[in-house]
Design a protein around this ligand. Structure first.
Ligand code: GUN
Length: 316
């Protein structure tokens, strides 16, 4: 290698375009505010989200705080309920029942995970389908799975919806593209795969037990990574020119420049390595994260429109 070649190689590395979720989420929140303002002035209905947090999970506290703050910025009212970690299931179900019957509430968000004495599925399915703005209720999941016209009545889970909106904004035509979803959770992997099927992608879902996982991923035009393992996916997993959506939010320990210990947030994708092969990629933070909150607010205003007997203000 000649002198200076290493520097040249660095400069010549193909770097992917950034998919700016932060900017796109700001645009969606502006639309949500516009829709909210219209409902308030024309129908005298204030969109309202009930936010329920059980326990002291630090990440959940941060998410709930962000959701409440951004709701206010979009002229969505919130009703906050903070319950102790020792809360029993019956108490939580009673609160859900009250919120179901409160006509001023259009969306109910129960932040997950819940403490282990509580059956999450029981709680999620206790929320009336029409206020399930997280889209986790079995009926909303079923509607998404059926697709077509059924989607128009459903609420779509916020992280997959946000990821899809980013993809639609950055991929000219999703039809016929091969997409690999890494992870099979009810919150992200499964609904994401169904949304991509609805867009006529050819979809493969891979997970911790998949054989030759790297090889399967390396054939995909689109990768959605939602496996919850810090920086697991690097350039070797990617086809040249792949579009990469990184859903992961992982806190890792780092040693700072001054030698002290600290931490930072990274995705499921090794951003630097993946950027050498991908054509477009979401950063973490600043990619899918802000989209999740924007889509929750979007679903809440959609719910308020439906409760007022109006058509959805926006389609996917
Ligand atoms: N925990 C992690 N993501 C989510 C989400 O999208 N909604 C709720 N309710 N809890 C979560």
């Amino acid at each position: 290698m000649s002198i200076g070649q290493e520097d040249n190689d660095k400069e010549n590395k193909i770097m992917a375009d950034l998919i700016d979720g932060k900017a796109f989420a700001a645009k969606i929140r502006a639309e949500v505010k516009e829709d909210s303002d219209k409902l308030i002035s024309q129908k005298q209905v204030d969109p309202c989200l009930a936010v329920v947090l059980v326990g002291e999970n630090p990440a959940s506290k941060v998410y709930v705080g962000q959701k409440t703050k951004m709701a206010a910025e979009c002229n969505i009212k919130t009703k906050d309920f903070k319950l102790e970690a020792s809360t029993d299931q019956e108490t939580l179900l009673k609160l859900i029942d009250e919120l179901n019957n409160d006509s001023s509430v259009h969306g109910i968000l129960v932040q997950l995970p819940l403490p282990k004495q509580i059956d999450e599925r029981k709680v999620i399915d206790a929320i009336v389908v029409e206020k399930d703005v997280d889209g986790f209720h079995a009926i909303n999941a079923g509607r998404l799975s059926i697709g077509g016209d059924m989607l128009k009545k459903a609420f779509i889970p916020c992280t997959p919806l946000g990821s899809l909106l980013l993809l639609k904004d950055h991929v000219e035509d999703l039809k016929g593209k091969s997409a690999v979803v890494i992870g099979r959770s009810n919150i992200v992997g499964k609904p994401m795969s169904q949304l991509l099927i609805e867009e006529s992608c050819t979809v493969t879902v891979v997970h911790s037990k998949t054989k030759d996982i790297e090889k399967v991923c390396s054939q995909a035009d689109i990768i959605v990574a939602a496996i919850g393992r810090a920086e697991m996916i690097d350039s070797k997993w990617l086809k040249d020119g792949a579009v990469v959506i990184d859903v992961g939010i992982n806190r890792i320990s780092i040693t700072k420049e001054d030698g002290s210990e600290g931490s930072k947030i990274v995705g499921d994708v090794d951003f630097e390595s993946a950027s050498e092969k991908a054509s477009k990629i979401t950063p973490v933070p600043g990619g899918v994260g802000p989209m999740t909150i924007a889509c929750l607010l979007r679903n809440t205003v959609t719910s308020a429109y439906r409760h007022a007997g109006l058509d959805d203000p926006r389609s996917i």
